[in-house]
Design a protein around this ligand. Structure first.
Ligand SMILES: Nc1ncnc2c1ncn2[C@@H]1O[C@H](COP(=O)(O)OP(=O)(O)OP(=O)(O)O)[C@@H](O)[C@H]1O
Ligand SMILES: [Mg+2]
Length: 352
């Protein structure tokens, strides 16, 4: 049974709904619905101090998206976490099977998690095994129960949606990439630049190897424009999106350059991190996603700086859709921002 994929960011909530028929090479995936709704500014980043407004904002966004997806009946939902609400870490531990992993993780994870182990939900994914040394590398994911509870409460408030999957932004993006590039063994780099967070997922021979998250997204650029020109957040956003002219173009370009340099530095550090383990690592392609990837000239800037082919990642290029219902031009534009919700919508729920 398919699920509706919700990516609730600090700036916008995004939803994708797909029909998934068949498996493997004969699988047919059709876009049935999508939606994007802006979140009230600052509410999501304040969820801990003020959980109720955050929960209400999430649930009303999910309800409107559910309607935008033209759904009339209750649905299962896949959501994802990122940033300070969870911990994602690559660890080395003694060999076990994927089946026994959760049990062993509970013991191993304690040293990596700054919260009491009974306050978190942990999960893991085996990335690679080293039989000779009896070790394996595992992607450890931990989320505080309080955070997950918050999402479940928000879903309950919608009265139509039930939780099916709680995922992680960067892995949902990888899931979308894997769907678009099945069996790829490339060293691709997936970069999602949202409003608050930049995620980098580096694939080594097709599988996620290094995942990094930093608290710098497009909101920083809006704030810097606000400070530089003494304008309101709305005006700064309009300058950033190119719908309003900056009081001084040269100064605006300098502000953009500074933030873009920070994004490039995050990517540089991520590549350095993987090269600590795999010195010969060479990226084959950079894919940009997230709303801030739409910043004019960003693709070329990354391509020139890293000397690696770079493109916007648009998962809608790989699905069927009714062109009378969905404007191909709009899908072409919004695809990179929808990529995480797309990856979530690919998850399936097995009903007992
Ligand atoms: N055309 C564009 N050019 C530049 N920036 C853009 C454009 N369109 C959207 N953005 C920016 O993208 C950001 C929103 O992207 P996105 O929806 O991916 O963020 P989010 O998922 O809500 O944030 P996060 O994941 O960091 O919490 C905002 O900062 C917005 O200003
Ligand atoms: Mg996001």
């Amino acid at each position: 049974m398919s699920v509706i994929g919700f990516d609730i960011g600090t700036y916008a909530a995004k939803a994708t709904f797909l029909s998934i028929k068949g498996k493997g090479p004969s699988q047919v995936v059709t876009l049935l619905g999508l939606g994007l709704a802006q979140m009230p500014l600052g509410v999501m980043s304040q969820w801990e101090e003020q959980p109720l407004p955050a929960r209400q904002a999430m649930s009303s966004a999910m309800r409107s998206l559910w309607k935008l997806c033209k759904l009339t009946k209750g649905k299962f939902a896949a959501l994802s976490l990122s940033g300070d609400t969870m911990i994602i870490k690559k660890i080395t531990m003694p060999l076990t099977t994927q089946k026994e992993l959760r049990q062993s993780l509970a013991m191993e994870a304690e040293q990596y998690i700054p919260y009491p182990i009974n306050e978190v939900i942990i999960d893991g994914h085996i990335l690679g095994t080293d039989e000779r040394h009896g070790q394996m590398s595992v992607l450890l994911v931990a989320a505080r129960k309080e955070v997950v509870y918050n999402y479940i409460q928000a879903l309950a408030l919608t009265k139509q949606l039930k939780p099916a999957v709680i995922d992680v932004d960067s892995l949902a993006l990888y899931n979308a990439y894997d769907f678009c590039h099945p069996d790829s063994r490339d060293n691709a780099i997936l970069v999602d630049i949202g409003a608050s967070i930049m995620h980098v997922t580096i694939l080594y021979e097709g599988s996620p190897h290094t995942i990094k998250e930093e608290n710098i997204g497009g909101q920083r650029l809006t704030e810097d424009l606000e400070d530089t020109f003494g304008v309101s957040p709305e005006e700064a956003e309009a300058i950033k999106l190119g719908s309003s002219e900056a009081p001084n173009m040269l100064e605006a370009a300098e502000v953009v350059d500074r933030v873009v340099s920070n994004w490039k530095a995050v990517l540089e550090r991520s590549i350095e991190a993987i090269r600590q383990e795999i010195p010969e690592f060479k990226p084959t392609k950079i894919y940009l996603a997230g709303g801030s990837s739409l910043l004019m000239g960003l693709v070329k800037e990354f391509e020139d700086s890293f000397q690696v082919p770079c493109e916007l990642f648009n998962p809608f290029n790989n699905v069927k859709y009714n062109a009378k219902k969905f404007d191909p031009q709009y899908l072409g534009y919004v695809g990179p921002q929808m990529a995480v919700s797309f990856g979530l919508a690919l998850r399936k729920v097995e009903l007992a």
